[in-house]
Design a binder for this molecule. Sequence first.
Ligand code: FAD
Length: 387
Amino acid sequence: MDDDALIIVGAGIGGLTLAAALARDGRRVRVLEQADALGEVGAGVGLWTNAARCLSAIGVPPSLWERGSEVRCGEIATASGRVVSRVDVAGITSAFGAGSYVVHRAELHAAIASLVDPATVTLGARVSGLEQDADGVTVRLDGGGAVRGALVVGADGLRSAVRAAILGEAAPSYAGETCYRGVCDLGAREPHVLREVQGRGLRCAVCSIGPGRIYWWATRPAPEGEPDVPEERKAALAAWFDGFAFGFPEALEATRPDAILRNDLYDRPPAPSWSAGRVTLLGDAAHPTTPNLGQGACMAIEDAIVLARALAAHPTDHARAFAAYERARMPRTSRIVEQSRRVGRIGGWSSAPLVALRSLAFAATPDFLVDRVMRAQLGYDATRAPL
Ligand SMILES: Cc1cc2nc3c(=O)[nH]c(=O)nc-3n(C[C@H](O)[C@H](O)[C@H](O)COP(=O)(O)OP(=O)(O)OC[C@H]3O[C@@H](n4cnc5c(N)ncnc54)[C@H](O)[C@@H]3O)c2cc1C
């Protein structure tokens, strides 16, 4: 039997934010998630003002921010301990009326999931493809089942099956870097500073995710899909980042070796469209980005808010709703994906003269310019952006 529900494929940060936003509007949704349980990986995530504002708008309680840590200052420093760039994040966020935070991913995911009716989420449902006709969409599941809905939103991440079904199977672009992440029980020396420490091809950061808890990440240039022995990651990182200033070696030392994650970093060039008929995309499925600006999850959250607003503005005309959504979202997301890739390319420089030049350039860049770039990113308000 045909169903009038909107099907969301993927119960990640973006998919669940959309489900929560649509439920507030009284729209029937069904979420299909391949995993057998809802959850997120053991890492932190930076949520800037632009995302924090959206989450507050759908009812995520302030206790999420209280469990994490507020970012008041952003810095870039050299591996030997010299701060070469600083931005007053607290000044910016107070101007926009919402803070910026680093929180544990699992806590963020649980806070959004608590706003979604569990009866609308089907776990263990891996989508393999879809077909659409004049009246709706049939979503095919691994194992032979199918689900029918009026509209489909692919929120199924970097290697989205929904994207492949409507835009083709093109692989994402490897950025040339791999990223390690971990959390440990250690108090941060400077809990409100988010600082990227840059060496020769190597970068890392140590951030508080609440009292007595640290989240760290570290990147290095590597061939795509390089062979990896998880149990050897900790010792290898300790050797590569030996002597780095600002606490990375200590945080690594306090991390369980079996809790270190590793991901190769990818993005995609901006697509001319994210929609086909009754199907559209959101978050990493639409515009995956390297994490250099910490905006991937933030943009997925923004997408969800803008798409929910577009569907509310055109409740009986999905073509107009999807067109308004794309118009509102494509310029910003394309700009951030491109900026992030540029930042990663410069951050990955490994020759000594280039690394020295990079530090000089950061030190010579006037604060007001950094402030302006940050304000453009953080000041965007998805709850009001014109449709
Ligand atoms: C190392 C690293 C650090 C990062 N740090 C930050 C940060 O600090 N700040 C930030 O904003 N962003 C950060 N990001 C980016 C952020 O993690 C992503 O942009 C964000 O998770 C995207 O959310 P999403 O909901 O679109 O996709 P995902 O989080 O990938 O969720 C997709 C969901 O779909 C499900 N799924 C996939 N395929 C199917 C299928 N066929 N059928 C059914 N379900 C399916 C998955 O199981 C998953 O639950 C980082 C990324 C990396 C790799």
